[in-house]
Write a protein that binds this ligand. Structure first.
Ligand SMILES: *[C@@H]1O[C@H](CO)[C@@H](O)[C@H](O)[C@H]1NC(C)=O
Length: 120
């Protein structure tokens, strides 16, 4: 009984913490898994963290067209900041590659170019 009460108190505390967490705007990092070589398949990661609420759209595009992406489970740290990794196979060929993020704290989509790729 005492244990059940303690557990429900804990649930309430967690729920309140969740609801009271302040909105946070996402931080976006774009980087490749392997050294960049033109014409060689690579994997581009878009790691987005420190955002709240958890609702977010993350896409990776090449030449303005969305690529097939895979994504990690949404996870969060103890301050209720969420993070997610999205990645796609990309063969660099001169077209721009960028990660596009849509979140309620942003006035418009945040587009971050894959920087390592630019010197090509
Ligand atoms: C995510 O995309 C959907 C469909 O395009 C859109 O309705 C929704 O508002 C977007 N979410 C955010 C947080 O921008």
């Amino acid at each position: 009984m005492a244990k059940a009460l303690m557990l429900s108190c804990l649930a309430v505390v967690l729920l309140v913490g969740f609801l009271e967490a302040t909105p946070r705007t996402p931080n976006v990092q774009v980087y490749s898994r392997y050294p960049v070589e033109k014409g060689t398949e690579n994997i581009v990661n878009c790691y987005v963290d420190n955002f709240h609420p958890p609702k977010i759209n993350i896409t990776i595009e090449k030449g303005g067209k969305p690529l097939d992406v895979k994504q990690s489970d949404l996870s969060f740290d103890k301050t209720w900041a969420f993070n997610r990794l999205v990645y796609a196979k990309v063969t660099p060929d001169g077209e721009d590659v960028a990660c596009r993020v849509e979140h309620s704290t942003l006035a418009g989509p945040k587009v971050v170019k894959w920087g390592e790729y630019l010197p090509l």
